[in-house]
Design a protein around this ligand. Structure first.
Ligand code: C5P
Length: 246
């Protein structure tokens, strides 16, 4: 499907950043098909393993497995094949793992999907973590080009490796959209609905702004998880994306 044709509901990914599997499954059953996907990250996965992913899928939820693989090519290739077998809809890896790592991962994932006639997940690269700033990039990693240029460079590398897109902060959406073709997927966390607290997110956009800037998918955690009525919070976010303010 062309990204521009995604419906608001398909664009919305809720981050299950929780320490309880019961609570995670409660969120899945509360929100059901009113969100496109659920993000399982390091916390939930480390505590409850692949079983939590299977249970979410068993409840009818689609899963973005946010484990940001970064290891030698053979290891990431094998992990990527397992992500396909697990049935996730999106998974990711660090672009800083290099071209060979990303290529081998993409090949292994495609092979696993073809062998078992499984649907192919969307494969994304994480470029530079948004917790890194320009100063850390230069002083610690000794990367001299600007953060934005480095992010676009790594996106091109991911594309060359056969990945489908990147995870990008709101600030990076526009430069990436300018540099990459329309079908290149951009998934953006760090968004905040108009009505929500910023929490520790500093450089934020609203969901509607992120989509207008060119994001295909947006990830939201706390504003939905902490809402007294999570379903109502999701409906408000969807209305914002569709440009209908309630
Ligand atoms: O609760 P909140 O909406 O801030 O959650 C956003 C999710 O996206 C979290 O799982 C967080 O780890 C992830 N994330 C982020 N900012 C980034 C990259 C990932 O908030 N730059």
């Amino acid at each position: 499907m062309r990204n521009a044709e995604l419906k608001a509901v398909d664009r919305l990914i809720v981050a299950l950043d929780l320490d309880s599997d019961k609570e995670a499954l409660r969120v899945v059953s509360e929100l059901g098909s009113s969100v496109g996907m659920f993000k399982v990250g390091h916390q939930l996965f480390t505590a409850f393993g692949p079983d939590i992913v299977r249970r979410i899928i068993g409840e009818g939820g689609r899963v973005f497995l946010d484990l940001k693989y970064h290891d030698i090519p053979a290891t990431v290739a094998k992990a990527s094949a397992e992500a396909v077998k697990l049935g996730v809809s999106i998974f990711n890896m660090h672009a800083l793992g290099g071209l060979e790592m990303m290529k081998r991962a993409a090949e292994a994932a495609r092979e696993a999907a073809a062998q078992r006639s499984l649907p192919m997940p969307v494969m994304l690269a994480v470029s530079i973590l948004t917790s890194m700033d320009q100063k850390a990039l230069k002083k610690e990693l000794k990367i001299n080009r600007s953060l934005r240029r480095e992010v676009v460079h790594l996106a091109r590398l991911a594309k060359r490796a056969g990945l489908d897109g990147v995870v990008a902060s709101p600030q990076e959406i526009k430069p990436l959209r300018r540099a990459m073709a329309e079908e290149f997927v951009i998934l953006t966390p760090g968004v905040r609905p108009i009505w929500a607290a910023k929490d520790d997110q500093k450089r934020i956009m609203t969901p509607a702004e992120a989509v207008a800037a060119g994001a295909d998918y947006i990830v939201i955690g706390r504003p939905v998880l902490r809402a007294a009525d999570r379903k109502a919070a999701v409906v408000k976010v969807l209305q914002e994306i569709e440009g209908r303010q309630s």
